[in-house]
Design a protein around this ligand. Structure first.
Ligand code: 5GP
Ligand code: MN
Length: 340
């Protein structure tokens, strides 16, 4: 399905009066997922579609200021209500993820729902749901969503709230416009968002200046005491235990961006954060240049993602075992995917 076909189909769905939509971001909500949910729910409401945002976990503090996100409903708090909304919905919009597998505990209820399912996303190989609007060449789902919203309703339809939300996703998914943002189109979109009332300073203040002392100390401890570099390869590994998260009063989002920090060292090309969670071990991969860490995540850690930003997870193993697996598979990864 081409992007314009997808948009036409979405437009037809929106034409039905009184329809009810549910919007879902991926698990571990990031700026792009949050920004797209905020902007799209604003657009749907403005167009007269009743809509709710459901999350399988919680929205981190640094994103809760986004319009409409403080009203999002978490499956962790209101499972029954979420199930009912999914059952009664006419349309379910999956934003910034390509498969229901990234919806945590919501997945089975989304799968079961008879609602028309719509994916709007920029990850490769989207699941074949009813309507797929996917473009892997854009910087972010928010950049894609800008085209979707303006093609359906026109540019005048955009509000300053929607502009702030869309810019949040573009800015955070590109590491502050440092990676995956070489297409002129990204800057044209930003220029148009400014014309629609984007308040860039406010967005930056919310995203980058809402640190807590406990978060700074958690990051300081990880960088000082935990960061290790592979003896033979330019790979940094950041192991984080549950005990450390608890002792620094960890809250959702506190580790956002930490995995990027080792890449600021000239001769480190890959950074892997391995975080112990209650039921599983979560991995985050980042790389510089043409090093496809999504392949490493896919082959060895049940994950996937983008060339320079990927993730995965392991269950039934210890943190030490997963860290060892990262070290042990490093030679395989470099010999298979990295030409020197
Ligand atoms: P993060 O490190 O921020 O959790 O994830 C970075 C990117 O990797 C995400 O945008 C997503 O594309 C991908 N990703 C993270 N975790 C998973 C996973 O468990 N499975 C897959 N397929 N992709 C993931
Ligand atoms: Mn994204």
């Amino acid at each position: 399905m081409s992007i314009s076909e997808g948009i036409e189909q979405l437009k037809a769905l929106l034409g039905k009066p009184g329809s009810r939509a549910v919007i879902i971001p991926h698990i571990s909500v990031d700026g792009d997922a949050a920004g797209s949910c905020s902007a799209f729910s604003g657009a749907l409401e403005k167009a007269g579609v009743k809509c709710r945002i459901l999350t399988c976990d919680y929205i981190p503090d640094y994103l809760r200021w986004l319009p409409r996100l403080s009203q999002a409903i978490s499956f962790q708090d209101k499972a029954g209500y979420c199930k009912r909304l999914l059952r009664e919905a006419d349309m379910i919009c999956m934003l910034d993820h390509n498969t229901m597998k990234r919806e945590g505990d919501l997945e089975p209820w989304v799968r079961e729902s008879k609602a028309v399912k719509v994916v709007i996303d920029h990850h490769p190989d989207p699941e074949a749901v009813d309507v797929v609007i996917s473009n892997i060449r854009v910087s972010s789902t928010c950049e894609l969503l800008y085209s979707v919203i303006t093609e359906i309703w026109g540019r005048e339809f955009l509000t300053p709230d929607m502009a702030n939300a869309l810019y949040t996703g573009i800015n955070t998914d590109t590491g502050g416009l440092s990676h995956n943002s070489s297409h002129p189109e990204t800057y044209r979109v930003i220029a148009e968002l400014l014309e629609s009332g984007l308040d860039k300073e406010t967005v930056h203040r919310y995203i980058y200046e809402t640190n807590k002392l406990s978060r700074l100390r958690l990051i300081g401890n990880i960088l000082l005491n935990k960061l290790t570099v592979h003896p033979d390869y330019p790979v940094a590994v950041l192991p984080v235990t549950l005990g450390e998260l608890e002792s620094y009063n960890y809250q959702e989002g506190d580790l956002e961006g930490v995995v990027n920090i080792p890449l600021s060292v000239a001769n480190i090309y890959v950074s892997v954060q391995v975080t112990q969670r209650k039921e599983r071990i979560k991995l985050s991969f980042r790389s510089k240049g043409a090093i496809p860490v999504n392949e490493w995540a896919r082959v060895h850690f049940n994950g996937g993602g983008h060339l320079n930003a990927a993730g995965g997870q392991c269950e039934g193993v210890t943190l030490e075992e997963v860290v060892q697996r990262v070290f042990d598979t490093t030679p395989w990864f470099f010999s298979t995917y990295v030409s020197v």
